[in-house]
Design a protein around this ligand. Structure first.
Ligand SMILES: [Zn+2]
Length: 78
């Protein structure tokens, strides 16, 4: 199995966990990152506005999982 496939399944696995428990997460309004619900400030953009609606969290997790297929990560370049 090529390295990018294992990386992708790792991302999908993470997304699956988020989709299974959307109540534990929220989506940053600033950068669309999914963060844990207890987080007060977004670690990516320092934003403090979040959407904690489960439907939005699931939608964003699905998007991230599919986007992983085309994203070139730091690991892929090594
Ligand atoms: Zn953010």
């Amino acid at each position: 199995m090529p390295p990018e496939d294992s990386h992708l399944s790792e991302r999908s696995e993470k997304a699956a966990k988020i989709i299974a428990h959307p109540g534990n997460f929220k989506v940053c309004e600033g950068c669309d990152s999914i963060v844990a619900k207890r987080v007060a400030i977004c670690p990516n953009c320092s934003g403090y506005r979040f959407d904690d609606e489960s439907a939005r969290v699931v939608e964003q997790a699905t998007l991230l999982a599919s986007r992983a297929q085309t994203t070139v990560t730091h690991e892929d370049l090594q």
